[in-house]
Design a protein around this ligand. Structure first.
Ligand code: IPM
Ligand code: MG
Length: 358
């Protein structure tokens, strides 16, 4: 199995190292041959090749069985021209690989119930899957840009567009995911104001009635959804939504679990797949061994499940993480005040040791 490893910036290299260690540990136990090809992306790509997505990195990603990505971005690259910024590299990577479906599960671990800023009985048992459309919508719509108007003012603009086929394919993904869970999809839009999401709602309804009448479908406006996620998150199973709403709601959903440092993701297309934590590069703690590697480690579990067909190994990683948390092992982000915590590498080691003991 060939994995393209694009660690990126900030805490990216540290968390990816731990995820690779975990996969290595498991590969050894199962006599699985895994080959890693490393390449730069984001600010690291800009520094080494003058572009946030070097051609060589894209080529490597295209020929791999799966891509493992850390995180991109940092203050030193914020003033670069837009196409040279780290985020542009990540977005092109998603686009070029055709990764239209982004799965972002937010599951509350009972052991971390007190790490959430919300009350225990609100978050206990939460198990949500955000299905985010990833290569369309306002992130990619044309025209876009900043221009100077006749009166001398500047005007920034973006375009929120969705076509029927873009909506259909992500709707199928959400309904199929729901069949393997508790069978409920809530589609999130702003159909009361935005035509693009009025179409979204129509198409989701049609796909549902044509093929998925066994799945329960509901709709919610995004503002209400943001509120409901905090008020009563347990009402949600699969949340199907657009690129930007999914970006926002998945960060919000992460805090139900206690920390954004826990949330993995899978970005899937027809031919390629990429796995990455949903959090960013956290430049403020980069290089200090403070980051939580669990989101990236759990992303490797998703990789094993969706790309490598190893459900058994995926389960093992998830069980090892559960056990480590049950043993009281914590990084700073999930420690409640006064609780002892360890660093990124030690957390990675703890998961590896648990796997070896299983
Ligand atoms: C995410 C991130 C990215 C996004 C950024 C880094 C471009 O926030 O993966 O959620 O907006 O998609
Ligand atoms: Mg985001």
């Amino acid at each position: 199995m060939k994995i393209a490893v694009l660690a990126g910036d900030g805490i990216g290299p540290e968390i990816v190292q731990e995820a690779v260690n975990v996969l290595d540990t498991l590969a050894k136990i199962h006599a699985l041959d895994v080959q890693y090809d490393y390449a730069d992306v984001g600010g690291a790509g800009y520094e080494s090749a003058g572009t946030p997505l070097p051609a060589e990195s894209l080529a490597l990603a295209k020929k791999a069985d799966a891509v493992l990505l850390g995180a991109v971005g940092g203050p030193q690259w914020e003033s670069l021209d837009k196409p040279l910024r780290p985020e542009a590299g990540l977005l092109s990577l998603r686009y070029e690989l055709g990764l239209f479906a982004n799965y972002r599960p937010a599951k509350v671990h009972e052991q971390l119930i007190d790490a959430s800023t919300l009350k225990a009985d609100v978050v206990r048992g939460v198990d949500i899957l955000v299905v985010r459309e990833l290569v369309g919508g306002i992130y990619f719509g044309q025209p876009r840009g900043i221009k100077t108007l006749d009166d001398g003012q500047q005007q920034g603009s973006n375009t929120l567009v969705y076509t029927t086929s873009e909506i259909e394919r992500i709707a199928h993904i959400a309904f199929q995911a729901a069949r393997k869970r508790s069978g409920r999809v809530c589609s999130i839009d702003k159909a009361n104001v935005l035509e693009s999401t009025e179409l979204w709602r129509q198409v989701v309804c049609r796909v549902h009635s044509e093929e998925y009448s066994d799945v329960e479908l509901s709709h919610m406006y995004v503002d209400n959804a943001a509120m409901q996620l905090i008020r009563n998150p347990k009402q949600f199973d699969v949340m199907l939504t657009t690129n930007m709403f999914g970006d926002i709601l998945s960060d919000e959903a992460s805090m139900l679990t206690g920390s954004i440092g826990l949330l993995p993701s899978a970005s899937l297309g027809k031919e390629h797949a990429m796995y990455e934590p949903i959090h960013g590069s956290a430049p403020d703690i980069a290089g200090q061994d403070k980051a939580n590697p669990l989101a990236t480690i759990l992303s490797v579990a998703m990789m094993l499940r969706y790309s490598l067909g190893r459900e058994d190994m995926a389960d093992k990683i998830e069980q090892a993480v559960e056990q480590v948390l049950a043993n009281g092992v914590r990084t700073a982000d999930i420690a409640v005040s006064g609780e002892y915590f360890i660093g990124c590498a030690a957390m990675g080691h703890a998961v590896c040791a648990q796997l070896e003991a299983m």
